[in-house]
Design a protein around this ligand. Structure first.
Ligand code: NDP
Length: 474
């Protein structure tokens, strides 16, 4: 019997997606550069469904029904190109190569264009949910041609997470749209984790609440509007005690956050699109700062804080919860704003309601909040998430607490880069006049970069070095 899909690359993600496909009734041909991984999968899991182990890409391709579907789950970057190069001569027009790894969306656009010239479909698929999600139902964000989705969509929808019977998988848009949306998802994930970290730091450093007690606070928060996977697991990690030392687990972990690059890509992309994606950017910078060991150590003795002793506001814990919620909303708003701008830039028709909806389960940023975000984009289609009435009012309620928390953190010298930059973004958006007018004046003086006037259409330049008269440029 021919396999409906082949998977090459059987490390944790590839193996789990292959098992998920087989558990859902698909016959899956298997291949991995190093045969031991194929053997291990068959040895441990052959009873989960129909697998066809193969030892070469030729054999893998030969085992597939037509049009062929080959899922590539190798390390992102050059390995994906290497595997594609080996696969192409073995395939025929209308066959589909699927890359469900964390590829950079510009690579996906390049690969899609090159393979389209050969009559092949190349589908970049964003998959979120880690290894557990890949096995039991991830959130899936496929790009590529609409035609390829007709062949691939039913399989992906079947193996995805579901909410009330609705799959957390939908065609996102052409070429790299799926990988772009997954990248932004990961950027939001960075910001989500950073605001949780800032709340944790404030609760401990300002209010003296130890991790075990914080675990209970986070568990409580998880019952309300913050309810989400990351808050849930924050409660678990904060409550964990190190078996070796008896100390809170987080006290024995080195405080340098790792990163694999998707947050950085999100920020680079936001900069290229000219967007104020400050929450995600500050999250990436916070991880970078945490890793500057030598400078941090020197700063302990070189730099002075001169903190200002401050009485904590009443209900500080609740204030922190509200600041976390408001900052989180800003990060989502900024991330979704990136999708709007990218859709224009890359000619994608991104459906924000659908995207928010498929993040509701299976993925790392899954949260109750996404139900409301989905509803907002279905009903009101706001230009910015924060303008949707429900969110405008939620954030208005949170603003006093948010300001108190940021002010307290600043006085006490506790860094809250996402809490504070998100508040600055919120205030910046609201402000009727920004100091950008002065920036324009400076640019015009030193570089004749011109400016527009508030009262007359046109582009103007002041003759700063002469009689300071104004000349119209167009
Ligand atoms: P890895 O990223 O660790 O990649 C290992 C796999 O790539 C192995 O199968 C390896 O084969 C294969 N490989 C590496 N180089 C080559 C090459 N030149 N030619 C052929 N095969 C090669 O695996 P993961 O399962 O962790 O991740 C797969 C993809 O999914 C990545 O893009 C990752 O970013 C993404 N992803 C991972 C998540 C996770 O939680 N781990 C979550 C979501 C996405 P061999 O066994 O022979 O070395």
């Amino acid at each position: 019997m021919a396999a409906q899909i082949g998977v090459t690359g059987l490390a944790v993600m590839g193996a789990n997606l292959a098992r998920n496909l087989a558990r859902n009734g698909y016959t899956v041909a298997l291949h991995n550069r190093t045969k031991a991984r194929t053997d291990a999968l068959i040895e441990k899991h052959c009873d989960e469904g129909e697998f066809i182990p193969t030892e070469s890409l030729e054999e893998l391709v030969g085992a597939l029904e037509r049009p062929r579907r080959v899922l590539v789950m190798v390390k992102a970057g050059a390995p994906v190109d290497a595997v594609i190069e080996d696969l192409v001569p073995l395939l025929e027009p209308d066959d589909i190569i699927i890359d469900a790894g964390n590829s950079l969306f510009t690579d996906t656009r390049r690969r899609e264009a090159a393979l389209a010239e050969k009559g092949l479909h190349f589908v970049g698929v964003g998959v979120s949910g880690g290894e557990e999600g890949a096995l039991n139902g991830p959130s899936i964000m496929p790009g590529g041609s609409k035609q390829s989705y007709e062949s691939l969509g039913p399989m992906l929808e079947k193996i995805s997470a579901h909410v009330d019977g609705v799959p957390c998988c939908a065609w996102i848009g052409t070429d790299g749209a799926g990988h772009f949306v997954k990248m932004v998802h990961n950027g939001i994930e960075y910001a989500d984790m950073q605001v949780i970290g800032e709340a944790h730091d404030l609760l401990r450093s300002a209010a003296g609440i130890e991790p075990a007690e914080q675990s209970k606070i986070f568990a409580e928060w998880n019952k309300g509007e913050l309810s989400s996977f990351l808050i849930e697991i924050a409660a678990e990690v904060l409550g964990h005690v190190d078996a070796k030392t008896g100390k809170p687990f987080i006290d024995v972990v080195v405080d340098s956050a790792g990163q694999k690059g998707t947050g950085r890509w999100t920020v680079i992309s936001a900069l290229e699109l000219g967007l104020p994606t400050s929450g995600i950017a500050e999250s990436v910078f916070a991880r970078a700062l945490s890793s500057q060991h030598a400078q941090r150590e020197e700063a302990q003795t070189t730099l002075v804080g001169n903190e200002i002793p401050t009485e904590l506001p009443d209900n500080f814990v609740e204030d922190v919860r509200q600041a976390l919620y408001a900052s989180k909303l800003v990060s989502y708003a900024q991330g979704l704003d990136m999708l709007v701008a990218a859709a224009k830039e890359y000619d994608w028709e991104l459906n924000l309601a659908e995207i928010a909806s498929l993040w509701r389960a299976g993925c790392i940023i899954r949260a109750e909040l996404l139900k409301d975000i989905t509803a907002a984009y279905q009903n009101e289609r706001p230009a910015n998430l924060l303008f949707a009435p429900a969110f405008a009012s939620a954030i208005a309620d949170a603003v006093p607490a948010w300001r108190r928390v940021v002010a307290t953190a600043v006085q006490l010298g506790i860094p809250v880069p996402v809490f504070s930059s998100s508040l600055a973004y919120y205030d910046g958006l609201r402000r009727d006049r920004l100091p950008a007018a002065l920036t324009q004046g400076l640019r015009d003086l030193f570089g004749a970069h011109t400016y527009n006037r508030v009262d007359v259409d046109g582009t103007f330049h002041t003759l700063w070095g002469e009689d300071k008269s104004e000349v119209q440029q167009d």
